[in-house]
Design a protein around this ligand. Structure first.
Ligand SMILES: *[C@@H]1O[C@H](CO)[C@@H](O)[C@H](O)[C@H]1NC(C)=O
Ligand SMILES: *[C@@H]1O[C@H](CO)[C@@H](O)[C@H](O)[C@H]1NC(C)=O
Ligand SMILES: *[C@@H]1O[C@H](CO)[C@@H](O)[C@H](O)[C@H]1NC(C)=O
Ligand SMILES: *[C@@H]1O[C@H](CO)[C@@H](O)[C@H](O)[C@H]1NC(C)=O
Ligand SMILES: *[C@@H]1O[C@H](CO)[C@@H](O)[C@H](O)[C@H]1NC(C)=O
Length: 403
C-alpha cells in the first residue's frame, strides 16, 4: 500500500472510530451516577448572556456531572496551566487568548492579533470614519482568530477559504446559499495535500459537492457508502460497503441516478480512464508513459475552471465546454494569470449586475455599477486605495487599482 491509500484508510478509519464513541460504556449505567458528587458549574454559565461558555462532557468516567467552561472577557485573569487538567473551569472567550509574561502560567485574556482579527479591527475602524467600500464585508474569524470557512461577495457568490484566508475550492450563489456551508470537505482536501505534498486524484480523496461540503455518495477504492454532507461521517456505519459496479437506489439510500453503477462525473470518468491506462502500462514495465493527458478535475468531479492544451489555456464550464480561450504565446499575462474566477462566478450567480470579466475570464480589476466604480482583487472582493473606495464612473480612466 502506498502512502496515499494508507492516508485514506486512516481518514476513513477515524470516521468509523469516532462513530462508535456514542455507544454506551457498559461500566456506566444510569445508577452509576446516583452517587456522583458534582462541583457547581461556574455562575457565568447559568446567567442569561450571549457566549456564556461551552457545555461539555464532564471529565469523570461516566460523564455524570454538568460541566461548563465559562468564557472569560477581555482583561480577565486566566491561566495557561496544564490544558488536560480536568479542573479547568474557564477559558478566554472567542477571539481572545491568554497572554502571559515569559515563563509564567498566569496572565490575562487579550484580543488575538491574527491577520483575520486585525482585518476585523481595520474594518470596524474604517466603518467608523466612513472609508469603507459599499461591497466590502467584515471578515469572519473563528474562535482561534483564524479565517472561518467562507467569505461572501454581497449579491454575487460565497466561496470557501482556508484558515489563512486564501480561497479554496467551493462556491455557492449568494442569494440561494442557505446561510450555511462549512467547506469541511474542501478544507480536509488541502490539509491532505499539505501533508502528502502533491495534489490528489479523484480516486484518492473524498468527493466534495460544489459548495465545498461532502458529496453524500462516496466511493473509495471502488467501495461505496453514504456519508453526512457536513462532516463526511458514514450515515449508516454498520452497513457494509457496496461495490462501485453495484450501486443503485436499492443498495444505497443516498443514490439518486436511475442507472446502476454510475458514480464518476464526466471529468472524473476521463481521469480514471487515463489513470487505468497508465497503470496498465506501468504493470507491463514501462516507467515513462507519454501521450496521455489527465484532465484537470475539481474536487466535486466536474471540470476545473482552467484547462490547457499545448497551444492554449481556456476556461470551461463544469461539463468541460469551452467558455473562452487565450493563446499561450499571447503577449502579456493573459495566459499565465488566467484563473477564470469571474466567468465561473457569473455562471453560478443569479445577480443581474454581473461583474465584468477580462478576456481570460478573470475579474476586471475595475468594476462599475450604477454610476460608480470600484477596485476588486482577483477573487472579486472590493478594496479601497488610499481611503478612496468608490469613484464616479466619469473618473474611471484615472483609477489606479493596485493593492
Ligand atoms: C434570555 O434573555 C432574553 C432577552 O434578554 C429573553 O428573551 C429570554 O427569554 C431569556 N432566556 C431565558 C432562558 O431566560
Ligand atoms: C480610517 O480608519 C482606518 C482604520 O482604523 C485607518 O487606517 C485610516 O487611516 C482612517 N482614515 C481616515 C481618513 O481617517
Ligand atoms: C493557505 O492555505 C492553503 C491551504 O492549506 C495553502 O495551500 C496555501 O499555500 C496557504 N497560503 C499561504 C499564503 O500560506
Ligand atoms: C466489484 O465487482 C466487480 C465485478 O462484479 C469485480 O471485478 C471487482 O473486483 C469488485 N471490486 C471490489 C473492490 O470488490
Ligand atoms: C487547443 O485548444 C484551442 C481552444 O479550444 C484550440 O483552438 C486548439 O486547436 C487546441 N490545440 C491543440 C494542439 O489541440
Amino acid at each position: 500500500m502506498d502512502r496515499v491509500s494508507l492516508c485514506l484508510c486512516f481518514i476513513l478509519g477515524t470516521i468509523y472510530l469516532s462513530n462508535s464513541v456514542g455507544d454506551e460504556d457498559i461500566r456506566c449505567t444510569t445508577s452509576s451516577c446516583s452517587s456522583a458528587t458534582c462541583d457547581d458549574i461556574p455562575e457565568k454559565c447559568t446567567r442569561n448572556i450571549t457566549n456564556p461558555g461551552t457545555y461539555m462532557l464532564s471529565p469523570d468516567i461516566c460523564n455524570c456531572c454538568e460541566y461548563c467552561l465559562a468564557n472569560l472577557d477581555e482583561n480577565e485573569a486566566c491561566s495557561v496551566g496544564d490544558p488536560s487538567n480536568g479542573k479547568h473551569t474557564s477559558i478566554c472567550g472567542p477571539g481572545l487568548s491568554c497572554l502571559t509574561v515569559d515563563g509564567e502560567t498566569d496572565g490575562t485574556c487579550q484580543k488575538m492579533t491574527t491577520t483575520c482579527m486585525n482585518e476585523q479591527k481595520s474594518y470596524d475602524g474604517r466603518k467608523k470614519n466612513g472609508t469603507l467600500g459599499q461591497m466590502e464585508t467584515k471578515p469572519s474569524c473563528d474562535e482561534d482568530g483564524l479565517y472561518s470557512a467562507y467569505k461572501c461577495i454581497p449579491g454575487e457568490i460565497c466561496y470557501c477559504t482556508a484558515s489563512n484566508g486564501s480561497r479554496i475550492f467551493g462556491q455557492a450563489d449568494y442569494s440561494t446559499m442557505s446561510n450555511y456551508m462549512n467547506c469541511d470537505c474542501s478544507k480536509k482536501y488541502y490539509a491532505g495535500v499539505d501533508m502528502i505534498g502533491r495534489e490528489l486524484g479523484p480516486h484518492e480523496h473524498f468527493r466534495c459537492s460544489s459548495n465545498g461540503d461532502y458529496d453524500k455518495l462516496q466511493c473509495i477504492n471502488e467501495k461505496c457508502l453514504c456519508v453526512d454532507t457536513s462532516d463526511g461521517a458514514p450515515t449508516y456505519p454498520t452497513k457494509s460497503l457496496v461495490n462501485i459496479t453495484k450501486i443503485s437506489t436499492d443498495t444505497l439510500s443516498c443514490y439518486t441516478s436511475k442507472k446502476v453503477g454510475e458514480y464518476y462525473k464526466t471529468c472524473e470518468s476521463k481521469y480514471m480512464d487515463v489513470y487505468k491506462k497508465v497503470q496498465e502500462y506501468k504493470a507491463q514495465g514501462y516507467n515513462q508513459v507519454i501521450g496521455y493527458e489527465y484532465p484537470n478535475c475539481d474536487l466535486d468531479g466536474t471540470y476545473a475552471p482552467v484547462q490547457q492544451n499545448k497551444t492554449h489555456k481556456y476556461c470551461v464550464d463544469i461539463e468541460g465546454n469551452i467558455l473562452t480561450a487565450v493563446s499561450k504565446s499571447s503577449s502579456g499575462t493573459l495566459a499565465t494569470s488566467m484563473n477564470c474566477k469571474c466567468i465561473r462566478s457569473n455562471l453560478m450567480s443569479s445577480t443581474v449586475d454581473k461583474p465584468a470579466c477580462l478576456e481570460n475570464g478573470n475579474y476586471n480589476p475595475i468594476q462599475c455599477r450604477r454610476g460608480f466604480c470600484r477596485c476588486v482583487d482577483t477573487d472579486g472582493n472590493q478594496y479601497c486605495v488610499s481611503g478612496v473606495c468608490e469613484y464616479d464612473e466619469s473618473k474611471k480612466n484615472t483609477m489606479k487599482c493596485t493593492k
